[in-house]
Structures are given as C-alpha cells and as structure tokens.
Design a protein around this ligand. Structure first.
Ligand code: BV8
Length: 230
C-alpha cells in the first residue's frame, strides 16, 4: 500500500484565480515581504498587515477550488494507501475541494491569533486592529499565519510523514521558502519516488526524479487518473 505525501504551493490555486507570490503581477509585485509577511512588519504597521490579509481572505472566499484540488480529494478517497496533503497555502480551497488529511504548515486565513496571549479563534472576514482578543481583551489580533522567522506548524508530524512516504509530490511551488523547499530531500533520503508538478522546473527541481510540466488542473488530474487506474 503506497503512502503518498503531497506538498502544495500557490501554483495549485492559480487557476482558481488567486495570484501567486512570484509571478510578475503576483503578490510580491505589489507588497514588500518585510512589510506584510514578517512579525517586524506587523509591529511596525499592524493595520497594513491586517488589510493585506483581509484582501486575501475576501479573494479566497470569492473563488472556487479547481480540478487539481478535486483530483487530490478523489485520490485520498479512492487510493488504497494513505494520502496526506501538506499545504503552504493559507486559502481553504483544499478543504472545499474535499481533502481531509490536510496540514496548513503556514497557517490559514480562517484563523485568528492574539499576539499577546496566543489565544486562537475563527477569524472574522475582516480583522481590525482595535478588535479585542476574546480571551485577554487586548487589541492585538493577527492572522494565525506563519511569517518569515516564525516556526511552521506541526513540523515533527510533517517530518514523520516525509520519512514514511513512498511517493512525494510537490505541486505549484517555486521551492524558494524553507523548510518546505527541503521536504523533497527528506523524502528522497527515505527512499520515496519524487515528482514535481509545475509550469517550469522550480529552484529545487533538480532534486526530483520526475517532472510533469503544465497547468496543475490538467497534469494533476491526469496523474491521479493514472494512479487510480492501476
Ligand atoms: C523558519 C505566509 C525557523 C502565508 C509565508 C536562508 C536559507 C534558507 C532559509 C532561510 C534563509 N534565510 C531565512 C530563511 C528562512 C525563511 C526562508 O525560507 N527564506 C527564504 C526566502 C530564503 N523561512 C522562514 O522564515 C520559515 N520559518 O525558517 O523558521 C525557525 C527556527 C526556530 C525557531 C523559529 C523559527 C517560515 C516560512 C513561512 C513564511 N510564510 N507565507 C501567506 O502570507 O501566504 S511564505 C509564502 O511564500 C508562502 O507561504 C509560501 O511558502 C511562499 C510562496 O511560495 P510558493 O507557494 O512556492 O509560491 P510562488 O509564487 O513562489 O511559486 C508558485 C509556483 O507555482 C511557481 O513555481 C509557478 O511556476 C507555479 N505555478 C503557477 N501557476 C501554476 C503553477 N504550477 C502548476 N500549475 C499552475 N497553473
């Protein structure tokens, strides 16, 4: 029974209409990383950060999962071995596509966190800096999202999955951000067959045994059909 571990990045949501980070017209073309995806940026100007994520929360709510999300959910439902999805994305398209075994290693737009007492609660559609924390009542709310310099979530569990993988797949990620970009090396060390799905080779593309070049809605659907046909 082959265990399949899948890492996804912004590219799997691109065809749903959510811009990626590094495309010419992407998120990093409009915002400086240090201003909106770092704890220092939040300390400097919390309103700017909350507005950045309010915009993305609204956009995520206005789009639909695409064929790649649905294909991964079908794989999980019909494959006779374990299927685990680890996503760097903070949108909820995997959930809405039907995936159950899912890890948001960089957090999620649906979560709110108190920067003072670390209480967590479901995020409102629009977060405002004067909103009091439901627990300690301090106005110090932030999105429950992992910024640069912060530890991604459930890393021990994720490494356990990587060491048990028979097949490791990366879909729509540029391989620029660690520790996610290092997952292919971990999986290879454990003897997994590795496949990269992208429009082009990523920054860690040379570490993959196999490449499926093309839009994920097509390449992932074709791959899942081939896996389920065997
Ligand atoms: C940590 C928040 C330690 C959510 C994000 C030097 C070397 C190595 C590492 C470092 C270093 N200096 C600093 C670091 C660490 C740093 C890092 O990696 N920096 C990089 C830039 C060098 N990493 C960290 O800080 C991480 N934490 O290391 O903690 C620690 C230790 C102890 C104690 C405390 C801490 C935290 C990283 C998380 C940062 N948060 N986002 C959000 O706002 O969304 S990063 C953000 O960018 C995403 O979450 C994601 O990870 C990354 C974006 O990457 P992608 O998803 O790959 O998107 P991208 O646009 O880049 O690429 C899209 C791809 O899709 C492209 O390849 C494209 O071709 C493809 N594509 C497009 N369309 C399609 C497609 N493919 C298929 N079909 C299509 N249709």
């Amino acid at each position: 029974m082959t265990k399949i571990v899948i890492l996804t990045g912004a590219g799997i949501s691109a065809e749903s209409g959510i811009e990626t980070f590094r495309a010419e017209d992407g998120l990093w073309a409009k915002h400086r990383v240090e201003d909106v995806v770092t704890p220092e940026g939040y300390q400097r100007d919390p309103k700017r950060v909350l507005d950045f994520y309010n915009e993305r929360r609204a956009q995520a709510a206005s789009v639909e999962p695409n064929a790649a999300h649905f294909a991964l959910a079908r794989l999980e439902a019909e494959h006779d071995g374990e299927v685990v999805v680890i996503t760097q994305n903070v949108d909820d398209l995997h959930e809405r596509g039907g995936t159950q075994a899912l890890y948001h290693m960089h957090g999620a737009l649906s979560g709110a966190l108190c920067a003072v007492c670390h209480h967590r609660w479901p995020a409102p559609m629009q977060m405002a800096i004067e909103d009091p924390c439901p627990s300690c009542e301090t106005p110090a709310t932030r999105p429950d999202i992992v910024w640069f310099g912060e530890m991604p979530y459930e890393m021990d569990t994720l490494f356990d999955h990587l060491t048990q993988a028979d097949i490791f797949v990366a879909i729509g990620t540029s391989g620029n951000v660690y520790p996610a970009a290092g997952f292919v090396a971990e999986a290879r060390k454990a003897g997994a067959h590795t496949i990269e799905f992208n429009l082009e080779k990523s920054a860690v593309g040379n570490q993959f045994a196999e490449h499926r070049i093309g839009p994920a809605s097509q390449t992932v659907t074709d791959w899942v059909n081939s896996i389920l046909a065997t």
